[in-house]
Design a protein around this ligand. Structure first.
Ligand code: BG6
Length: 490
């Protein structure tokens, strides 16, 4: 086993009292504990600014589990085992002395150590310096950072420069939590284990692809952060472009991190940049105004808590992306994502081409080709729409379309689908980087988004508005219908 593949038993969680830790990481640790996936030796040191004791942190971990794990999954023994693993270190990340305390706490911990930065990206560089200053960086330790890595290409390069000054690429785990989702991991199996699909997976077989990540939540208490980012940077730059890469990439030579990452990089390199000329017909950005979701009144973006009325930040983006390579020439990839939309729906829809010679009564337009719906939310599963003959003695020449569906919970007899973070934490402990982003992927994705935003800002195109609780602005329907296509809505 190489040094970088040593199992990890010492885990330092910066930002243990922050939102990411509370909502996602601590519950994910719990499920791993409950399923006996963790080594007995694993210890977790929570780091935070507040001056609290080990016992206070243990109490908070219990509270978090009671709040974020459904009661039917709570096993008291697993809860106490997990709680016992936690201890706490108060640390002001901007002060070099704080890292001395951290170093003292870790002095008798098993090496190597993993450092998980569940903190604002603006603090990443400071923490790297602090760790370095206290000799906490060893050749086999690991560092974990979450998207967004930077705010644009320049800032992301600065962060990556700093990281690579202190850490080898094999020690750096850049998280996009979408890659931990079961259905996203399943994309590789679906594409490369089913010859039925692999033979059709190109511009001869596919007419267009849609990737939608709609959320019904608004911005809530993240207004300050989000207003500086917008939906393109927050969602498209990593989550949607990663889904696009997995749908569009060539078969990797092997299932290892190097092979998968290099195929994804080739897709990002082949993305056609949006420029001032192409932006108006390929890009829509919009912001939500007051509306209603499930009978409840919702405020517009600028009227949310902490909102500024003059903000022009987009909360919705629809964009037509093109991949300029042999496989995908002429196949549009429509990406759409927004906050405060009618419902939370995350899905990829592959529209196959219809046959050239058509013999049925329905018009060819009303019966396009088969559709494959890969659903990440609300259900995780796959559904293929196929055409069949309707029942009846007089229906010989008509057709109907019905789904052949796989709901992963039912077919795999699961109680629930693990959150993406469970997979990611296991891979970090085991030193498997295939579900994490390499530097090149992050930077190419930023370049494409920066170009789109520059083109938008230089053009005369306006920011549109949509009602909270709708499917986005009408201009998003027009964007796709102008090319003879339509968004798939259930
Ligand atoms: C995060 C974004 O990365 O992903 C959030 O910052 C977004 O704005 C979230 O709400 C969506 O994740 P999921 O797993 O709920 O689709």
């Amino acid at each position: 086993m190489s040094e970088s593949l040593k199992k990890i038993d010492s885990f330092v969680l910066f930002g243990v009292l922050g939102d990411l830790s509370i909502r996602k990481l601590i519950p994910a640790w719990y499920y791993l504990e409950r399923d006996n996936m963790l080594s007995d030796a694993l210890k977790i040191l929570g780091v935070g600014r507040k001056d609290i004791s080990d016992k206070d942190l243990k109490d908070q971990v219990k509270e978090v589990l009671n709040k974020f794990v459904s009661p039917e999954y709570l096993n008291p023994e697993a809860v106490s085992r997990l709680v016992e693993r936690f201890s706490y270190c108060t640390c002001d990340l901007s002060k070099i002395e704080s890292y001395k305390d951290l170093s003292l706490k870790l002095s008798d911990w098993k090496k190597p150590v993993t450092y998980y930065l569940a903190i604002s990206p603006s603090l990443f560089e400071m923490v790297c310096d602090g760790l370095k200053g206290s000799n906490l960086i060893t050749p086999d330790c690991r560092i974990i950072i979450e998207k967004p890595i930077g705010f644009d290409l320049d800032t992301s390069q600065e962060i990556n420069e700093k990281l690579t000054r202190y850490f080898d690429e094999s020690q750096i785990y850049r998280i996009d939590h979408y890659l931990g989702k079961e259905t996203v991991q399943n994309l590789i199996t679906l594409r490369f284990a089913n010859s039925l699909f692999s033979s059709q997976w190109n511009s001869k077989g596919i007419e267009y692809v849609e990737i939608t990540a709609a959320e019904s939540v608004g911005i809530e208490d993240r207004w300050g952060y989000f207003d500086g980012m917008g939906q393109l940077r927050d969602m498209v730059q990593s989550h949607l472009l990663q889904l696009l890469c997995l749908i569009a990439m060539e078969p990797p030579n092997r299932l290892d991190d190097q092979s998968i990452r290099s195929e994804k990089v080739k897709v990002l390199e082949a993305l056609k940049p949006l420029d001032e000329e192409s932006i108006s017909s390929n890009f829509v950005s919009a912001q939500y105004i007051d509306g209603e979701i499930d009978g409840n009144q919702k405020s517009g973006y600028v009227n949310e808590d902490g909102g500024k009325t003059e903000s022009k930040t987009e909360t919705f983006v629809a964009v037509k992306a093109e991949i300029q390579n042999w496989r995908w020439l002429g196949v549009p990839f429509y990406l759409r994502t927004g906050k405060r939309m009618a419902s939370k729906t995350t899905q990829i829809v592959i529209h196959f081409k219809s046959d050239g010679h058509y013999i049925f009564n329905e018009s060819k337009e009303s019966l396009r080709g088969n559709t494959l719906i890969i659903s990440l939310h609300p259900k995780e599963g796959i559904s293929l729409k196929v055409f069949t003959k309707p029942h009846g003695v007089d229906k010989h020449s008509t057709v109907r379309s019905d789904p052949m569906s796989l709901d992963f919970i039912k077919t795999q007899k699961l109680l629930n689908i693990p959150s993406g973070y469970q997979s990611l934490l296991m891979d970090i402990l085991n030193g498997n980087q295939s579900l994490f982003l390499c530097r090149e992927e992050v930077e190419l994705a930023w370049k494409w988004c920066d170009d789109a935003l520059d083109a938008f800002n230089q053009s005369s195109q306006e920011l549109y508005y949509y009602d909270a609780g709708s499917n986005g602005p009408t201009q998003s329907e027009e964007l796709i219908s102008n090319y003879g296509h339509s968004w798939h809505e259930e």
